[in-house]
Design a protein around this ligand. Structure first.
Ligand code: PMP
Length: 394
């Protein structure tokens, strides 16, 4: 099989769609006004900003007035948690989250513990990465003000029982935030049906530009601003907006909404082919994350007896781009906190590979991976004395 270039790291970021770039371009040149100006240059831009807000709202079934643009998913997570904690601290200082959150949530919680007197409970997950609802109920105290559980995990793709979690929060009068950066645009997300109070989103995960995101804030939720300054975003998130980026995000949200069913169907079918093929062809392999209740494009494997970094480099030489289990620990060789939380040993977590599929992937891409990955894994395993012992009984 001829060498191809196969991008399977869509969970890290996605390429921008041409329609998205086309929609953005005029806002860098002729439509350059500041949305806060009252003259026509400002008004044109203001109207584009509001159209984008409508599109993002429609994608998640929110009211337009409940969408606040941010500089990405990280900022939206920070704002939701700090903003809610600071605005409601007279009601209590306890926050519940999970051990498998993205660092945008984990480090924010750690900061609140370290510098602002908050107490945080980090819930365990089971071997598939699902939060234990009984443990969640038992963790709630009189002082609990916020529960933050991610919608879908960026590494292993597991989708949480969001409706049930939101219900538990509601019964106890606790606010519920979810980091839906990986979920929005990849699965159906309806904030009204699910009864979500705060939700973080990011544009570059849905074929939009980088450095733009949004926070959904349900009407009536008390939240301190994270960024202080002018009157933008109803004084809740100040600073001249990244108009071109927001317009691009709006366009990407529109496309995601229209294509959602096809997107899910296509990616699920490619993912199943990939997962079944890998599990079939490569012994001593574990699929991480829930078998079916996972993001349509996510496949995450652990291969015993090998190092994830060596595997990634070998794949890269064949033009295949994936990511390793320690990718999210920014350059560190420590295995990911997510893989540790689902019970993997250090050794097995090290030999992990995430392949995340997206719109541009084809059956041929999956065939190419299925043709090459088994050979690479076998070659790397040959270097492991332990593998030799297991297979040859030496
Ligand atoms: N949360 C999750 C689950 C993510 O996957 C990411 C991106 N890796 C973020 C938050 C941060 O989003 P952004 O890159 O837009 O800051």
């Amino acid at each position: 099989m001829e060498k191809r270039k196969v991008y399977m790291d869509y969970a890290a970021t996605t390429p921008m769609k041409k329609e998205v770039l086309d929609a953005m371009m005029p806002y860098y040149t002729e439509l350059f006004g500041n949305a806060s100006s009252i003259h026509c240059f400002g008004r044109e831009v203001k109207s584009a900003l509001e159209t984008a807000r409508e599109e993002v709202a429609k994608l998640i079934n929110a009211n337009t007035s409940e969408i606040y643009f941010t500089a990405g998913g990280t900022e939206a997570d920070n704002w939701a948690i700090k903003g809610y904690a600071f605005a409601n601290k007279e009601r209590g200082n306890h926050i519940i989250t999970t051990k498998i959150e993205h660092h945008a949530v984990l480090h924010t919680c750690e900061y609140l513990e370290k510098y602002h007197g908050f107490e945080v409970t980090y819930l365990d997950v089971d071997k598939d990465g699902i939060v234990d609802l009984k443990q969640l109920r038992e963790s709630i105290k009189d002082t609990t003000i916020l529960i933050s559980v991610m919608f879908a995990n960026n590494e292993i793709g597991t989708i949480q029982p969001i409706k049930e979690i939101a219900q538990i929060a509601k019964e106890k009068g606790i606010a519920f935030h979810t980091d839906a950066v990986q979920a929005v645009g990849n699965v159906k997300v309806d904030v009204k049906e699910l009864d979500i109070d705060l939700m973080a989103m990011s544009s570059h995960k849905i074929y939009g530009p980088k450095g733009v995101g949004a926070l959904y804030v349900k009407k009536g939720i008390k939240l301190h601003p994270l960024v202080h300054g002018g009157a933008q975003e109803k004084k809740r998130r100040a600073g001249t907006e990244n108009i071109a980026g927001i317009v691009g995000f709006g366009k990407a949200a529109q496309i995601a909404r229209i294509n959602l069913d096809n997107h899910i169907e296509k990616l699920t079918s490619l993912r199943e082919k990939l997962i079944n093929g890998v599990l079939d062809k490569i012994p001593y392999t574990r699929l991480n994350g829930h078998r079916t209740n996972r993001l349509p494009g996510n496949a995450n494997f652990s291969f015993e007896f090998i190092e994830g970094e060596a595997l990634l480099l070998s794949l890269d030489m064949l033009g295949i781009a994936g990511s390793s289990g320690s990718a999210c620990t920014s350059g560190s060789l420590d295995p990911s906190h997510v893989l540790m939380a689902i019970g993997l040993s250090h050794e097995i977590a090290h030999g992990s590979l995430r392949l995340s599929l997206g719109d541009m992937n084809t059956e041929e891409d999956v065939d190419y991976v299925l043709d090459n990955l088994p050979k690479i894994v076998e070659r790397l395993r040959m270097m492991s004395p332990l593998y030799e012992k297991v297979t040859k009984g030496g």
